[in-house]
Design a protein around this ligand. Structure first.
Ligand code: FAD
Ligand code: SF4
Length: 343
């Protein structure tokens, strides 16, 4: 690991100021990403610094913010507020989240391992980087995400775990997280603290598609800190779930996953929310599938039509074509299962 400057921030304001100052420091090491990084649980950042994939000059430790509003879980008439420094395990195990937003609790419970969930924060979770092997291994020269303009070794390499939705000609890496799909399905917002202002960003606007700039993954400005996620009150989100299909039943990233929430009138879909993971380059809301189900009974015809709509624009490569069929089956199974849940 390369040398770096370590700082510990005791408040949200101090953290933001430290990262703004980090951006103004003259660079003394080759930095391919932002000159500074926040350190929460460190389970992505330290990993990638050891691999020399991320080379921040300044690391600002924000763990003290666990004692600020960024470290709390609150329910109010406005919905659920999840502090960004809440640990994954705390949110996954929270009885009110399990009851009112099961899709959130399950997306966290099915992620990583118990040790990682105890350590990792919600803010760090949504900003985790891809698990693309070529990105994580610097012995591969071609990776547009790691070295802009260098090419993409995965295109004609081994791409079994890569994305089929939202990909570009420059990057086909899959977004690795689970929790983000629950947030995008529920129309969550992100509370962000910045140098001159705090702002609310729709979760759907947080991540950027790879396009021509796969190395720029979010719409956060330099130094901006995520302080919380706001989930609106959706009474029928009690009928929601996260289904994750992977190579082994535990401690593994998704090959395909579906976050679904259903509002039913009799057997007819009054409102449907769908997000798809494991198959997409960024947190992925499946609007076309939602529209296909609107006002329809949840029978085989409508479920299959929704699955077809969800993957109509899929672009597969040599080894990941199976994800199109798997993704459709995962979505149909998730919706069938959700339809049986009592409110
Ligand atoms: P950190 O590593 O501290 O930070 C990650 C990034 O986010 C850094 O760039 C940091 O600067 C930035 N950051 C952190 N907090 C903030 C903030 N508040 N505002 C702005 N920027 C911030 N995840 C899954 O979803 N599903 C899985 O199945 C899964 N399996 C895993 C298996 C293994 C073996 C490992 C190592 C990880 C796995 N993960 C999985 C990923 C894991 O959940 C993430 O590494 C973790 O959630 C990141 O959180 P952290 O607090 O450790 O982030
Ligand atoms: Fe890099 Fe993206 Fe290609 Fe993977 S898929 S090698 S992350 S450019």
């Amino acid at each position: 690991m390369r040398p770096f400057i370590y700082e510990r921030a005791e408040s949200i304001e101090a953290a933001v100021q430290a990262q703004i100052a980090a951006g103004q420091r003259p660079k003394n090491i080759a930095s391919v990403h932002a000159p500074g990084q926040y350190l929460a649980g460190g389970t992505t950042l330290i990993d990638l610094m050891k691999l020399d994939v991320m080379r921040p000059q300044t690391v600002t430790d924000i763990n003290a913010l666990e004692r600020s509003p960024a470290g709390t879980i609150e329910f109010s008439p406005k919905g659920l507020r999840l502090g960004a420094m809440v640990r994954m395990a705390a949110a996954a195990d929270h009885p009110d989240i399990r009851e009112n937003y099961p899709v959130i609790a399950q997306s966290l419970q099915l992620a990583a391992s118990a040790q990682l969930r105890n350590m990792a924060s919600l803010g760090g979770n949504v900003l985790q980087r891809t698990r693309c092997t070529y990105f994580r291994d610097t012995s591969y020269a071609s990776c547009n995400k790691r070295e802009p303009g260098s090419g993409c070794a995965a295109m004609d390499g081994y791409n079994r775990t890569h994305a089929v939705l939202g990909v570009s000609d420059n990057c086909i890496a899959a977004y690795a997280g689970d929790f983000a799909h629950a947030l995008i399905a529920l129309d969550a917002q992100v509370e962000v603290a910045g140098e001159n202002r705090d702002r609310l960003v729709p979760f759907a606007m947080l991540h950027r598609p790879p396009g021509d700039t796969p190395h720029i993954e979010t719409n956060l400005a330099p130094g901006e800190l995520i302080t919380a996620f706001l989930v609106p009150p959706i009474p029928w989100a009690r009928r929601s779930l996260y289904l994750k299909v992977r190579d082994r039943e535990s401690y593994e990233f998704a090959l395909a996953s579906a976050a679904v929430a259903l509002d039913l009138d009799g057997g007819v879909a009054r409102n449907v929310r769908i997000a798809l993971g494991g198959v997409s380059a960024l947190p992925w809301r499946a609007h076309a599938a939602e529209e296909a189900l609107q006002g329809k009974p949840l029978d085989d015809d409508s479920l299959n039509a929704a699955a077809e709509a969800a993957f109509a624009d899929a672009r597969a490569r040599e080894h990941n074509a199976f994800k199109v069929a798997l993704g459709k089956r995962t979505l149909v199974r998730a919706l069938r299962q959700a339809a049986t849940m009592e409110l």
